[in-house]
Design a binder for this molecule. Sequence first.
Ligand SMILES: Nc1nc2c(c(=O)[nH]1)N[C@H]1C(S)=C(S)[C@@H](COP(=O)(O)OP(=O)(O)OC[C@H]3O[C@@H](n4cnc5c(=O)[nH]c(N)nc54)[C@H](O)[C@@H]3O)O[C@H]1N2
Ligand SMILES: Nc1nc2c(c(=O)[nH]1)N[C@H]1C(S)=C(S)[C@@H](COP(=O)(O)OP(=O)(O)OC[C@H]3O[C@@H](n4cnc5c(=O)[nH]c(N)nc54)[C@H](O)[C@@H]3O)O[C@H]1N2
Ligand code: SF4
Ligand SMILES: [Mo]
Length: 733
Amino acid sequence: MSENAITRRSFLAGSAGVAALTAASGYVSFSAWEQAHADDAAPVGETKTVHTLCNACSSKCGFTAYIVDGRLTKLIGDADHPYAKNKLCARGYGYSQIAYSKDRLTDPLKKNDQGKFEAISWEQAYREIAEKTKGIIGSDGAQAIALVHDPRPSGKFYASRFMNALGSANVYTHGAACNLSKESGMTQAIGAGNYASDMANSKMTMFIGRSYADAIRPSSVMELQKAHERGANIVLVDPRCNNSRVFANEWVPINPGTDLALVLAMSNVLITRGLYDKEYVTANGVGFEEWAAAIADHTPQWAEGVTGISATTIERLAVQFAEAAPAASIESSWRGAFGCSYQNSGETGRAICLFNTLLGCWNQKGGALLTGSVSPAALDKEKFPSPPKPEAKIAGTAEYPLALKGMGTNLFAAQQAKEGAIKAMFFYNSNMAAGYSNTAYLAEALGNLDLNVVIDVQMSETAMLADYVLPDTSYLERTEIPEFIGDVVPAVALRSQAIEKVHPNTKPVDVIFSELAEACGVGEYFKFNVEELADAQLQTVGLSLDALRQTGTATFPEKTFKYGSTPKWKTPTEKVQFTSEACEKAGLSASPVWVEPLTMPMGNELRLIGGKQAIHSHTQTTNIEDLMQITKDYDLTRVWMNAEKAAQLGIADGDEVEVSNTQHTGRCRVKVTERINPTALYMPSHYGCSSPEQHTAYNVGLRQMDFVPFHMEPAYGAAMTQETTVTVKKVGA
Ligand SMILES: Nc1nc2c(c(=O)[nH]1)N[C@H]1C(S)=C(S)[C@@H](COP(=O)(O)OP(=O)(O)OC[C@H]3O[C@@H](n4cnc5c(=O)[nH]c(N)nc54)[C@H](O)[C@@H]3O)O[C@H]1N2
Ligand SMILES: Nc1nc2c(c(=O)[nH]1)N[C@H]1C(S)=C(S)[C@@H](COP(=O)(O)OP(=O)(O)OC[C@H]3O[C@@H](n4cnc5c(=O)[nH]c(N)nc54)[C@H](O)[C@@H]3O)O[C@H]1N2
Ligand code: SF4
Ligand SMILES: [Mo]
C-alpha cells in the first residue's frame, strides 16, 4: 500500500468491527477509527481541509478531507450532509485509497493487434476515437452509438451533452441492473420512482428486500436505529435474515421472487375487511374497483402456498398496517427484491405503491413522503448553448416501453451491439461487463463493437474489452458540478478537488468529454470549464461556487417539506393509477396481479440471490487492499445455505462446494445457517473479479453475474438478475 494512504492499523481498528458485528454497531467502531486517526494525524506539516463527496457508492456522502502536506490523512463525515450526518461508512473510508492505488490507470491506452494495451498520447486517443465515431455516424447514423454511465455529478451533465451533441439519444444508466423495474413500476402507479418512509415518526415500516444495515447509507441506518429505539414496528421481508434484523421486530423469511404475492394478499385483506382509507382512495385514485376485483382471489390462503408465509401472518401484518395507518408504509426499497430481479419486479413496485395508497399514508406524518428537490434554472444560452435534442428516442423505447426514459435499458443496447446495430459504445464510471447481466454474453456483445471506449480509474472488466481506455482522475482529485439532493429539507452539495493529481497524465471527466467533443467537431457546446458551469448553476439558486466550497453542503430551508399535503400525482391521469393504460398497452395486466417468476427452483435446485456486504460496493471496492482484507479475515466470500437443506445434501458448514447451472460452474466455501430460506442460495454481490490488473481483487470468490442468463424483464427491460437457479454439491462427494 502506498505510504500516502490512510494507515492500515487505524483503518482496521474501526472497520473490522463493521464486519464482525453489524453496520450499526460499527458506528461505535467508527468513533474508535476517528479517534485512532486523531492520534495518527497529529499535524506534522501544512494542514488543509476540503469539503467534498464520497464516490464509493451513489449516495455521494459529504465529508471533510484532511490533507497534511498534500497527503490525505483523515475523512470525517459532514454533519449537514443529508446522507452522511457526521458519519461515513467503512467503504467511504476505505475507498479513499483508490487515489493512491498501485493499480490506477495512469495513461490513455489503446489495444493493439495482439490484444495488448499500449500507452498512447491523449492527442492520438482523441484523434482516433473521433475519426471512428464520425465514421460510424456517417455510415450508420448517430443512433449507432451509445453510452452507459452510473450517474455522477459531472458525468451526468457531460456524458449526456456529449452524446446529444453527436446526435444520439442513447444515454443509459446502470439502472437495468439496479432499480429500473422498481422506479419504472412505481412511476406507473404514482408518477414518482421513489419516496421516503418517514422513519422518525412511523408506527410501522415494512422493508421488502432492503437492508439499511448492509446496503448502507449512514443517515438511513441512524434513522432505522432511532425508529427501533422509539418502539416503531419494523418488519423485514427477506429470504435472508440480513443485518438490519438488530433493529427489527420481525423477520419474514419469504420465498424469493414472491413479494408481489405477499403485497397483493395484504391488499386483499385490507379491501375485503374494509380496513383501507376509502375516502383517500376515492379522492386520489383511478381504477380501484377494477384492481379490487382483479385481486379478489389473491387471498392470504392462496399467498401462503406461493410465499411460504402463513396466511395468519399475512393477515396479521395487514391488520397491523391498518392499525398503524397513516403513520405506516412499505418502504420504497432499492434493488434487492424488485429493483431488477424478476419477471414480476416492475409489477411489485406498482403493487407496493397501491398498497401504500390503501393506507392513505402519502405525505402523512410517519407515512411515505414524496419530498421535493431544488434544480438549477436554465443557464445563459450564449455561454452554455445546449445541443439540439436528438430526433430519435433512446433505443429500446419501442421494445421496453415502461423503462424510465432517463435510465433506458442498457441491456437492449448490449443486445444491439451483439447484433451489430449499435457499433460504438462509451462507458463512464460503469463496469457493465462484470455486473449488469450474463458476463459471457456481455463480453461477446461488447467485443463485437467497432469502437469501445472506457473511462475509468482502474482496469475494470469492461475496460479489458475496450479499444481505448481513458484514465480519469480519482474523485479526490477533481471538482465536479453540484449535486442537488431531494429530502425533507432539500440540499445541494459539492465535490471539490481535495488533493493534487497523483498521476499527472490523468484527466478529469469534464475535460475528457469536452476534449473528445472538440475532436469530434462538436466542441461549441463545451466552451466553459467545470468551475464556471458549477458557479453558473449555483448562481441560479442563490449560491456561488465559492460559498458552497466553504460549507460543502447548503440547504434550502424555505423549501422544507410540509406534512399533510396531497401529492401532485405526475401520472397521465394525475391520480394514483390502480389501472394503467401504458401497462396494458405494454402487454401487462391493467392493474397489478400475480405474475409468476420466470424460473422456479425444482427438486434440489436453489434460487441464486445476491445482496450487498457493508464493506464493499458493487465491483469497484474489492481491489482496495484494506477492504479486501476484511473480506478475508471474516471469510466473507462464502455462499449461504439453509441448515436443513444442507443436511439433506450432506453439506456441512465450511465445506467447499461446487455451484453450478447451465451458464457457469464455480467453487467456494459455504456458510450453513438457519438465517436463510431453504429455497435460496445467497452469494455476496461483490466478488469474482476477472481482471488480472486488479491485483488484490483478481480471482477472489464467485461472481453472481456469471450464473445469470442474459434476458430482460418484459416491458420494463431490467436484467432479471435472480431469475436463475443453481445446484450445489460438496466438492469430492
Ligand atoms: N454496502 C453497500 N451499500 C450499498 C451499495 C453497495 O454496493 N454496497 N450500493 C448502493 C446501491 S447502488 C444500491 S442499489 C443499494 C441496494 O440496497 P438494497 O436493495 O438494500 O441491497 P441488496 O443487498 O441488494 O438487497 C437487500 C436484501 O434483499 C434481499 N433479497 C434478495 N432477493 C429477495 C427477494 O426475492 N425478496 C426479498 N424480499 N428480498 C430479497 C437480500 O437478501 C438482501 O438482504 O445499496 C446502496 N448501498
Ligand atoms: N457483480 C455485481 N454486479 C452488480 C452489483 C454488484 O454488487 N455486483 N450491483 C448492481 C447495482 S445495485 C448497481 S447500482 C450497479 C452499479 O454499477 P457500476 O456503477 O458499474 O458499479 P461498479 O461495478 O462498482 O463499477 C464502477 C466502475 O466505475 C469505476 N470508477 C470508480 N470511480 C471512478 C471515477 O472516479 N471515474 C471513473 N471514470 N470511473 C470510476 C470503477 O473502477 C468501476 O470499474 O451494478 C449492479 N451490478
Ligand atoms: S454510503 Fe458509504 S460508500 Fe456510499 S457515499 Fe456514503 S460513505 Fe461513501
Ligand atoms: Mo444500485
